[in-house]
Design a protein. Structure first.
Length: 94
């Protein structure tokens, strides 16, 4: 099997893994905070939180901030991997 064929098969598998759950799963994609809040209210209906948020952004802004946080984290990880790889390949002139 050639490397081109392997690459095409891997790309097809990745696309299927990303698309099939969106097509086949008929559910609501909610966050962990919403699920936890629902379970807490079911177990203890009289529960009152210790404090509330000072500012609650709209859902679109909240999603954008989460995506920005993920992108910045991925950038740091990519930079660190590249830096360590470059450091290990570069000859030491001392």
């Amino acid at each position: 099997m050639t490397s081109r064929t392997k690459n095409i098969l891997m790309l097809t598998a990745v696309v299927l893994l990303a698309v099939l759950p969106l097509i086949l799963v008929n559910g609501e994609f909610g966050g962990a905070d919403d699920a936890a809040e629902k379970i807490i209210t079911e177990l203890h209906p009289g529960y009152k939180p210790w404090f509330s948020s000072l500012v609650e952004p709209p859902p679109e802004t909240e999603s954008m901030l989460f995506a920005l946080q993920a992108a910045i984290g991925a950038g740091f990880i990519g930079y660190a991997i590249g830096w360590f790889k470059g450091k290990s390949v570069k000859p030491n002139k001392q």
